[in-house]
Design a protein around this ligand. Sequence first.
Ligand code: HEM
Length: 126
Amino acid sequence: MTDIQSRADIDQLIHTFYEKIMVDKEIGYFFTEVVKLDLNHHLPKIADFWETTLFHQAKYKGNPITPHVAMHEKSPMTQAHFDRWVKVFCDTIDDLFSGAKAEMAKQRAHSIATVMLIKIKTVSNS
Ligand code: HEM
C-alpha cells in the first residue's frame, strides 16, 4: 500500500469516503436530507480542502466552520456524529493508504473535528 501522494490520491480518498458516508445509517442524512448536496460542486471543494491541509497548496479559501454551524441549527450535530465521521474517514484512509501523509490526514481529521464541534457549540450557544 502506498501513501497519499497526489491530488489523484486525494480524489480517490474523498470519493470512497463519500460513497460510504452518504449511505451511513448514523450520519448519512446530513448529506442527503439536512443539506441536499450537489456532489459535482461539493467534492472538488472537499478535495481542495485536503490538498491545502496535507500539501500546503493554497487551493481551499473558504471557512469550513460556517456551513456546519448552519447545519447544526437545522439539525443538531453531536459528539457521537463527529466520532462517526472521524471513524469512517480514518477507516477509509486505512483501507487505501499507508504512510506519513495518511497518518497526518487521520490526525488532522481528529483535531479539526474536535475544534469544529467546540466552535459549533460556542457559536450556536447550544
Ligand atoms: C458529523 C460530522 C460532519 C458532517 C455531518 C458534515 C457534513 C457536511 C455537509 C453536509 C457539508 C456541506 C454543507 C453545505 O454546503 O451547506 C459539509 C461541508 C464541509 N465539511 Fe463537513 N461534515 C462533518 C464534519 C467535518 C469535518 C470533521 C471536516 C474536516 C476535517 C469537514 C470538512 C468540511 C469542509 C471543508 C466542507 C466544505 C465547506 C465549504 O463549503 O467551504 N466536515 N460537511
